[in-house]
Design a protein around this ligand. Structure first.
Ligand code: ADP
Ligand code: ZN
Length: 526
């Protein structure tokens, strides 16, 4: 196959140019197409807009027989098939909008070998007669779109997706199964592999780190002021501002409009008509800024979004990457800015607690929130940190354009401060959270400190010259950098990690970026 695949890939590329008019595959597409052409079960994890459909459409054109595409969204199904038909590809769909007669006609066309691609909704696979018909079609590949729907961990679980694996098994010749999703969490991936029963699958995570996106995390900004300034400086560009609540959306929206800026808004509290009108206006550049909750963006394909600003930290990296990824679909330089404040962590915890769910799920959400928080505090290249989170292979090289890479503040040796923090945590027997550790180091006389007698600890007041907030921030940075870990759950406890032990033994230095306050800078000079 080593010979055949390069030759097939050449043919694949020619088809891509001839049928779609694209010059070449994107890096991730190439690997996925090659894998499918090799006859391997394949899972492609790619962000929305990454170009999943080509990954099964091109092989479909090259393989003998029919590719059956399982797709959950009736409207998208029609759009895809219309687009394919326009390009001269023999494709059809079967869903509940068709009459019985139309369905039969399409099945007959497939039987006559007149179709290369047939799109169906997953519910069809639950019908005995439909499965029987399908077994006569000579299906060489089953492409599963939105494959995360098979998982209860995902946000849109569909029972009918569970019918896919038995359906595939019943077919007279086992087809290749190629599954696609934009949801890249380890739990969902595992579920897809297991529940779709992929055989010796190749898994590709690709396209998350788009070179044109400059990622930033800004801590300690006056968020509202930042937004007003930014919007005023980018009036000729389209951008999305995500806020956590309807109230915040309304508030920001009104401020922007009052400033004479071209803004729209979108949240679940508005009527369907209002929302549709706002969405339309944004798509056609009648308004420049869309202020929205995370309800906005599903199925939106606007290519020239130049910036996505998060007014609040989202609940997890998956949500963040999906929302931020709506910037720069056209490949032009764009910005993704996350305005972080520690209050965001409290808000997200509150939301987790509000949501009735079993303890395993809750635990999982706290873990993801923790990882999201670490992203907000890290000094590492943000793109590499993000790619590592999702398990996408990448070069060691930093991106050069994220807020870590472009941070001009000097990296300062903070070993002594870190040692104070670590020994305090050790004295507290790793049984307390960030807040308590900070108040002990500060030498605060709050109730908890006095009640436990922490004012008698040798580390009490060791950092009295700094604010508790400042100390907490530094602890969080040490967490983000892996010296410390937080236990999972609503009230996480700070624990020392191997690296912290090395620091305490004087075997390792801690370098951190710090904005020096005037007094610190002064004391550093003396
Ligand atoms: P997804 O299904 O992953 O959201 P699509 O398959 O709809 O993404 O593709 C997203 C956009 O990228 C579409 O406009 C598509 O035409 C375009 N696209 C996909 N592959 C390529 C490519 N190799 N070169 C140029 N444009 C591409
Ligand atoms: Zn970077």
């Amino acid at each position: 196959s080593l010979d055949i695949v390069p030759r097939q890939m050449e043919e694949a590329r020619e088809l891509l140019q001839k049928v779609y008019g694209y010059q070449d595959f994107r890096e991730g597409q190439k690997k996925i197409v090659a894998s499918v052409l090799e006859g391997r079960d394949t899972l492609g994890i790619m962000p929305t807009g990454g170009g999943k459909s080509i990954c099964y459409q091109i092989p479909a054109l090259m393989m003998q027989g029919l590719t059956l595409v399982i797709s959950p969204l009736i409207s998208l199904m029609k759009d895809q098939v219309d687009a394919l038909t326009t390009m001269g590809v023999a494709a059809a769909y079967i869903n509940s909008t068709l009459s019985g007669k139309e369905v039969n006609e399409r099945i007959r066309a497939a039987k006559r070998g007149e179709l290369k691609l047939l799109y169906v909704a997953p519910e069809r696979l639950e019908l005995d007669w439909f499965r029987a018909e399908m077994s006569e079609l000579g299906i060489s590949c089953v492409a599963v779109d939105e494959a995360h729907c098979v998982s209860q961990w995902g946000h849109d679980f569909r029972t009918s997706y569970l019918a896919i694996a038995p359906f595939v098994r019943e077919l007279p010749n086992r087809p290749i199964v190629a599954a696609f999703t934009a949801t890249a969490t380890p739990e969902v991936t595992e579920d897809i592999l297991k529940l779709l029963r992929l055989q010796e699958p190749e898994v590709f995570v690709t396209g998350l780190g788009r070179n044109n996106l400059a990622m930033s995390v800004l801590r300690g900004e006056n968020k509202r002021e930042f937004i007003m300034q930014y919007a005023a400086n980018h009036t000729h560009q389209s951008g999305i501002i995500y806020a956590a609540t309807r109230k915040e959306v309304d508030d920001l929206y009104e401020r922007l409009v009052r400033q004479g800026l071209s803004a729209g808004r979108y949240h679940a509290g508005m009527s369907d008509q209002e929302r549709a009108a706002m969405q339309e206006a944004f798509l056609y550049d009648d308004v420049r800024i869309m202020v929205a909750t995370n309800a906005f963006g599903m199925g939106i394909d606007k290519s020239n979004v130049r910036y996505v600003i998060h007014y609040n930290m989202p609940k997890n990296m998956e949500a963040y990457v999906q929302e931020a990824g709506r910037a720069g679909r056209d490949g032009e330089p764009s910005e993704c800015i996350l305005l972080f404040s520690p209050q965001d962590i409290m808000t997200q915890k509150f939301l987790i607690e509000q949501n009735p769910q079993d303890s395993e799920r809750k635990h999982n959400e706290y873990r993801k929130l923790q990882q999201m928080t670490e992203y907000c505090y890290t000094n590492r290249c943000l793109r590499n940190a993000m790619l590592d989170y999702f398990g996408e292979q990448h070069e060691d090289q930093p991106c050069g354009i994220c807020s870590s890479c472009t941070d001009e503040r000097e990296l300062v040796d903070m070993t002594v401060d870190a040692q104070k923090i670590f020994s305090c945590i050790h004295r507290l027997r790793e049984r307390f959270g960030v807040g308590v550790v900070a108040s002990v180091l500060k030498g605060s006389r709050n109730k908890k400190v006095l009640q436990y007698g922490f004012d008698r600890l040798p580390t009490y007041g060791m950092m009295s010259e700094r604010t508790e907030k400042d100390i907490s921030e530094q602890i969080n940075m040490l967490v983000a950098e892996g010296y410390l870990a937080l236990s999972e759950g609503q009230y996480p406890v700070v624990r020392l990690q191997q690296m912290a032990a090395e620091v305490l033994k004087g075997k390792r230095q801690v370098m951190q970026r710090v904005v020096r306050t005037v007094s610190q800078a002064a004391s550093a000079r003396t």
